[in-house]
Every structure is written in structure tokens, then in C-alpha cells.
Write a protein that binds this ligand. Sequence first.
Ligand SMILES: [Zn+2]
Ligand SMILES: [Zn+2]
Length: 267
Amino acid sequence: MTRGAIRAAWSSRLMRIELLPSSIPAADTQYLVSFLVNDAVVIDAGAIGLLADLERQQRIRHVFLTHEHLDHIASLPIFLENVYSPGPDCVEVLAAADVLEFLHGDVFNGRVWPDFLQLSSPENAFLRTTVLESMVPVQRAGLTVTPVPVSHGVDTLGLVVDDGVSAVAFPSDTGPTEDLWRHLATIPHLRAVFLEASFPSTHSDLATLTGHLSTRTFGAEVAKLPAGVRTIVVHRKARFAAQIAREIDELGLPGVEMVQPGKVYLF
Ligand SMILES: [Zn+2]
Ligand SMILES: [Zn+2]
């Protein structure tokens, strides 16, 4: 076996995570949220329906939604349209009960988009839905996904994804929070957290008001993590992205890096 083949075999067993780019042409500027995990599961549907490779979209069978905000669901209708094929085999959308209700009433309501839920039958379905309950793990595609409530402007579930060897946390949108960090402290194989930093210090009041982190509160959240866990910064508001990166750099926190959209992270 060549070195390259050994590396390929080994990396195929690692958890693969990619934050899909959401600007055109693809750049570090990030507007929408979709994390692809092992090309089989996606966390949030902000950008998934815009992926140029349609076959890659079709391989995704499970869509987890953390909350109903548009940057996390924007391309879900497009995605479901893209991957539909007649028959009983369809995509599963997993979210809290109220998020599934909002999707039906506000998006798949026969006006904004066809009512894919009403149009679906067991023999021929656009999607099926599964209710996520706080702190109740679900198993999908070889991964255990545990929803943990966080502290955003609307009810939001952070997600912890575990393949038995590595665990990675996706807190989604949140301000300062507690339950998630307490839960993560119990996972010895936690490798990384994709943590938001939406606002710079100049807008910390707005961050507090809307349930986000600013560079004023970010450091205290990172300090609640066990040592040695990578913190990958996501969800910088595009117009403040450079300022946020500069201010986080000035905090001098160990193990903190800016996310690179389109990069494949292996854990
Ligand atoms: Zn949000
Ligand atoms: Zn968001």
C-alpha cells in the first residue's frame, strides 16, 4: 500500500465536516449556514440547495435544523425540489416540533412553496419529518446526534455529533450559555466546537439583545471548554467579519481559528 492509499483509507474513517460556502463566487464571506457531515448528513439548510454538484445533494438523506431563522433554512425548499425522485425513499428533516410547524405554516404552505408535506404519501414522498427532543440522541448514518438547548433569540438546539471516536459540537446561534458546555464537559473525545461570533465589541449590546456572541462575550464561552478542544469561529456577520477576526486575534486565546468555508475538516 502506498502512503497516499494508507492516508486515503485512514481519512475515509474520519469524520468529514465542511461548512458550505455561501457567497458567489465562493469566498470567505459567509451569509448562510450548512455544515455537511460525511456527505450524508447536513446541519442546517442555508446553502445546501445551492451546491453545484447535484449528485452530492442527492447523497444527503438527513437534514438537521437547529432553528427556523432564514440563514439556516433558506435553501431547504430548493434542496428538496432538487433531490426529489418519485417513490417512497425520501429525505428526512429533523427539527424541534415548533420549527417543523413553522416550516409547514410559513414556507411549505402552498403559497411561498408547494405544500410538500401534504403532497407526500408513504408511497411517494418529498420528505418525512422527525421531531427532535432536547437531550434525546438520535442515530443516523453512523452518527449519534444529541440536541442541546442553547441561548438564542428563539428556541434553538445546538447539536453534538459523535461517531464513537470523535465528537464535534455545533452550538448554532447562541449568546452566553451553560447547558451545552456542561454537556460537552462529559465527552472526553470532544475534538472541536464550531462556535459563533456574530458581532464585534462595538455591537455587543445588539449581540445581547438578539442572543448572539460578540467579541466581548466570546472569550468567556471558550474558557468554559475543556483544554485542547479546537474552537472554529463561524457566523461572523459579513460586514464586521474582518473586525471580529482582528478582535478575536487580540484576545490571544489558544486553539481558536477562523473557519474556512469549503475546507474539509477531518476529526
Ligand atoms: Zn438565528
Ligand atoms: Zn444564524
